[in-house]
Design a protein around this ligand. Structure first.
Ligand SMILES: C[S@@+](CC[C@H](N)C(=O)[O-])C[C@H]1O[C@@H](n2cnc3c(N)ncnc32)[C@H](O)[C@@H]1O
Length: 243
C-alpha cells in the first residue's frame, strides 16, 4: 500500500492528499522555493524549453497547484494553458497569481481530478505534470487519462522527484530530506505530517526505468528521461502513439 499523508486517519490517499494541499496552500510557495533553494524554478524552465519550439500548442498542466508551471508555460506562446487540480485551496492561490500577472486569458484554471479529466480525447498537444504524479491516488488511472486527452503524437512531460544514487549527494540528500525538511517544513506549514509524507512518498515512488514501465502500461511511449541536479528530480518525456 502506498504512503498517505495522515496515516492514522481514515480516507483514501486522494482524499487525504486533497486535505493536505488545502491545509498547506497558504504557505506552499514560500516553502517550495525555500526548501528547494529555488532549484525547482530551474527545472520548470527546462520543461518550458521543451515546449518552446512548438507552434501555439494547447497545453494541459495537471496537478497545477499554485500555478507555477502553468505560468512559466505561458511564456512558450501557447494558444491556451489549462491548469487543473483537486485542491481548491491551491487553485485559489493560482488564480490570484494569474490575475496579478494579467494572464487570465491564456491560463484557464479548473477543479478536476487527474483520474477523470473533463476534456475530450485527443485535445492537447502537450500535457505536463510537475510534482503531481507521486500524489495520485491511482497512478495508472492518472497516466492513462492524461494519455486519453493528448492528441496522437502529443507529448506528456512529467517532472518528479527522484533520488541521487552516488556518494556524497545520496547521503546529503537523505539527511536533508529525512531530517531537515520535515522539521522546517512542519514548523513553517504547521502541518508536520505533510512534510513527513513528502520524503516518504519520494522514497517509495518509482523512478527511472520503473517509472518508464508505468508510462508504457498507460499506453505511452517513453522518449527520454533526463535526470536533473544529481538526480534529485527527473524529467520524463513520453509520446502518445499515432495509432
Ligand atoms: C506538490 S504539488 C505540485 C504543484 C505544482 N505542479 C508545482 O509544480 O508546484 C502537487 C499537486 O497535485 C495535486 N493533486 C494531487 N492529486 C491530484 C489528482 N488526483 N488530480 C489533480 N491534482 C492532484 C495536489 O492538490 C497539489 O496541488
Amino acid at each position: 500500500m502506498s504512503v498517505t499523508p495522515y496515516s492514522a486517519q481514515d480516507g483514501t490517499k486522494k482524499d487525504q492528499v486533497k486535505t493536505m494541499f488545502n491545509r498547506i496552500a497558504p504557505r506552499y510557495d514560500l516553502l517550495n522555493h525555500l526548501l528547494s533553494f529555488g532549484i525547482d524554478r530551474k527545472w520548470r524552465k527546462r520543461v518550458v524549453k521543451m515546449v518552446k519550439g512548438m507552434k501555439a500548442p494547447v497545453i494541459l498542466d495537471v496537478a497545477t497547484g499554485t500555478g507555477d508551471l502553468a505560468i512559466a508555460l505561458s511564456k512558450s506562446h501557447p494558444s491556451a494553458v489549462y491548469g487543473v487540480d483537486i485542491s481548491v485551496g491551491m487553485l485559489e492561490k493560482a488564480r490570484q497569481k494569474v490575475q496579478k500577472l494579467g494572464l487570465q486569458h491564456t491560463i484557464i484554471l479548473k477543479e478536476a481530478d487527474s483520474e477523470a479529466l473533463p476534456f475530450d480525447r485527443n485535445t492537447f498537444d502537450v500535457v505536463t505534470v510537475a510534482f503531481g504524479v507521486r500524489n495520485f491516488g491511482d497512478l495508472n488511472a492518472g497516466l492513462t487519462e492524461m494519455g486519453r486527452v493528448l492528441k496522437p503524437g502529443g507529448k506528456l512531460i512529467v517532472l518528479e522527484f527522484s533520488r541521487p544514487a552516488n556518494f556524497p549527494m545520496k547521503q546529503l540528500y537523505n539527511f536533508y530530506f529525512k531530517r531537515i525538511l520535515p522539521l522546517w517544513g512542519g514548523l513553517i506549514s504547521k502541518d508536520k505530517e505533510a512534510y513527513t509524507y513528502l520524503p516518504a512518498s519520494v522514497m517509495e515512488f518509482p523512478e527511472g526505468e520503473i517509472f518508464e514501465t508505468e508510462l508504457v502500461n498507460a499506453g505511452l511511449h517513453p522518449e527520454k528521461s533526463i535526470r536533473q541536479t544529481f538526480g534529485i528530480a527527473t524529467i520524463y518525456v513520453a509520446l502518445k502513439p499515432l495509432q
